[in-house]
Design a protein around this ligand. Structure first.
Ligand code: G1P
Length: 328
């Protein structure tokens, strides 16, 4: 079956305060348990950094080699054991819904022509009914607002967020690494990587707790604060958030305030920062190479890197690179 024919019997999460089966003695372990079943993928952005390509099609549908960006995000979620995908969309994003739907005419035609490989490719991302939802962000008020729009679909359980612009090349994906770390430390977690100091104003930045583990090459760092897009001279570190998160539902309570932050937007970073007083917050230095596919250079590099990973394209890609490299 496809991506979604996934029948592992998962335990119910037990993190919600409103869960009557939860007794007080569990409280100490609140952040140690709970399966991450749902992922929120905000896809409401206008794609202004990628015009003219994104004038009439969602930027999430731009292909890296032969697969739309959004499909990499969904496949990464699937590899991490996620069962339900929640897209936060906006006007003009219908192609994303169609991409994960059953396309009867295409399937029937491929079947009739005996094109089994193509049939497999076209059906692999079909969602099981009820395992995929779309909700709208009516106005582009920021990432925090986009995630908040999914609050009723998520409910009171820990959940993942994937920003499909950030592509991570790694056999298991980035989210699976976060889930594994979450099973150790619980609480809130984000994927992080060090960026050159002059780039801090493009990211959420961690204010880290004294980090002897990290200095010894440990992959988890604990944060005591977060700042969205600080100027290089004001950044508390150079450890930046990339688009993978595991969050406790309490972040929605912070987002309810609808406070505006950097750029006049409702920032997820600010809401997460306010949870730190009550819940542990960690960054995970993930393994794998990350590409910012929201930028043209990052997108171009991702296409090259992913082509080189593909057995059927590797030699061709190498030849092309060599030819153009020689011309410089
Ligand atoms: C968003 C977040 C930022 C994070 C980044 C990762 O920013 O607000 O904290 O570091 O994604 O890609 P954006 O890229 O949407 O401006």
């Amino acid at each position: 079956g496809g991506l979604w024919h996934y029948t592992r019997d998962l335990p119910r999460p037990c993190l919600s305060r409103s869960d009557p089966s939860e007794t007080d003695t569990r409280e100490d372990f609140r952040y140690m348990t709970g399966t991450i079943r749902k992922a929120v993928l905000p896809v409401g952005g206008l794609g202004t950094r990628f015009l003219p390509a994104t004038k009439a099609i969602p930027k999430e549908m731009l292909p890296v080699v032969d697969k739309p960006l959004i499909q990499y995000g969904v496949e990464e979620a699937r590899k991490a054991g996620i069962e339900e995908i929640i897209f936060v969309t906006s006007r003009g994003k219908a192609a994303i819904e169609d991409h994960f739907d059953h396309h009867f005419e295409l399937m029937a035609t491929l079947e009739a022509r005996g094109k089994s490989k193509e049939l497999e490719l076209a059906s692999a991302m079909e969602a099981t009914a009820g395992k995929i939802s779309f909700t709208r962000q009516p106005q582009a008020l920021g990432l925090g607002h986009a995630v908040w729009c999914a609050r009723n679909l998520v409910g009171r359980e820990p959940f993942a967020v994937i920003l499909p612009d950030d592509l991570v090349l790694h056999p298991e994906g980035c989210l699976a690494q976060l889930v594994a770390a979450y099973n150790e430390v619980g609480g809130n977690l984000v994927a992080v990587e060090d960026v050159p100091r002059e780039q801090t104003m493009k990211y959420g930045i961690l204010d880290v707790v004294q980090d002897p583990e990290g200095e010894k090459g440990g992959r988890l760092v604990r944060a005591k604060g977060l700042v969205e897009k600080p100027k290089p001279q004001e950044a508390p570190s150079t450890l930046s958030i990339i688009g993978r998160y595991i969050l406790q539902p309490e972040v929605f309570d912070e987002l309810d305030r609808q406070d505006k932050g950097a750029g006049g937007e409702i920032q997820l970073t600010d809401a997460m920062a306010r949870t730190i007083k009550n819940q542990p917050f960690h960054g995970l230095r993930f393994q794998g190479r990350r590409f910012d596919c929201g930028s043209k250079a990052g997108f171009l590099e991702a296409n090259i890197a992913y082509a080189l990973e593909r057995e059927d394209l590797r030699d061709t890609a190498r030849d092309i690179i060599k030819r153009y490299g020689d011309k410089s």
